[in-house]
Design a protein around this ligand. Structure first.
Ligand SMILES: NC(=O)c1ccc[n+]([C@@H]2O[C@H](COP(=O)([O-])OP(=O)(O)OC[C@H]3O[C@@H](n4cnc5c(N)ncnc54)[C@H](OP(=O)(O)O)[C@@H]3O)[C@@H](O)[C@H]2O)c1
Length: 226
């Protein structure tokens, strides 16, 4: 069974995820951080693209002790499995996600990944090969489902999220919209990639909730199945 996919991003009031140099920006506040931590803690896995690992070096761990305790009390590992989508196994071997915190790590690569890089990764992470040139996300999600992952949280970035929308794999979409303008036509947005030309290819959303939160607004959407 394929996991339920929950995408979560924070964007500026002009729809940017970071600066044009892909520098991480604090867009939301502590209330949203706590919500995101709880969402992560309630997920079986959290996934990012290699672009996010290279730009931000996130650990993707659960931060609050209370959330960690809820997981361990339920017999789960402190952190959800952490998944990096990385066709050619470019991930630095010193990346925080490969070292910080307990729990399973998965790096998804394609068949074009250099076998020597894959071999170097294997002591640090489970390597899943899916797809010929880029990671085939449908195949990957089927493999994650087979590992028992029921809820997959996706933390970005925009290139990975666009591919997940294109493949019809997203179920829920949370966007925190913060009170800053970052600007820049080349700054990342929640669904980068090439975009869609025909309206029939647009992803349709149903608004579940709009909640005023600190200096911004949290939008919760469901994806309408075609
Ligand atoms: N504000 C937020 O909530 C938030 C959250 C996360 C990230 N960010 C920001 O977003 C930026 C990074 O985003 P990004 O778009 O550059 O990178 P990304 O989406 O994290 O990763 C994209 C990369 O994933 C790999 N990939 C492999 N298979 C893929 C597939 N089927 N579809 C799509 N990608 C695939 C590709 O590299 P290979 O071909 O080499 O595998 C691709 O270039 C950073 O600036 C970061 O700070 C912001």
């Amino acid at each position: 069974m394929r996991p339920r996919v929950v995408v979560n991003v924070a964007m500026s009031a002009d729809g940017k995820l970071s600066t044009r140099e892909r520098r991480q920006v604090r867009i939301s506040g502590s209330v949203d951080f706590a919500r995101v931590d709880a969402l992560k803690a309630s997920s079986d896995a959290v996934m990012v693209g290699i672009g996010t690992v290279l730009a931000d070096d996130p650990s993707l761990t659960v931060k609050s002790d209370a959330n960690r305790q809820v997981r361990t009390a339920a017999g789960k590992s402190v952190n959800p499995a952490r998944v990096v989508v990385d066709s050619s196994a470019r991930i630095p071997l010193a990346a925080s996600v490969l070292h910080k915190g307990e729990g399973q790590r998965i790096v998804a690569v394609s068949e074009r990944a250099d076998p020597a890089r894959v071999a170097a990764l294997e002591p640090l992470a489970t390597v899943i090969v899916a797809g010929r040139d880029v990671v085939d996300l449908t195949v990957l999600l089927d493999r994650l489902g087979a590992l028992g992952i029921r809820q997959l949280m996706v933390e970005g970035g925009g290139t990975l999220i666009a591919s997940l929308f294109a493949a019809g794999l997203v179920d829920e979409y949370y966007t925190f919209v913060g009170n800053i303008i970052i600007g820049g036509k080349d700054a990342p947005t929640p669904a980068d990639g090439d975009g869609w030309i025909h309206e029939s290819a647009f992803t349709r959303l149903e608004l579940v909730e709009a909640e005023r939160m600190e200096a911004g607004i949290l939008l919760h959407w469901h994806v309408v199945r075609r």
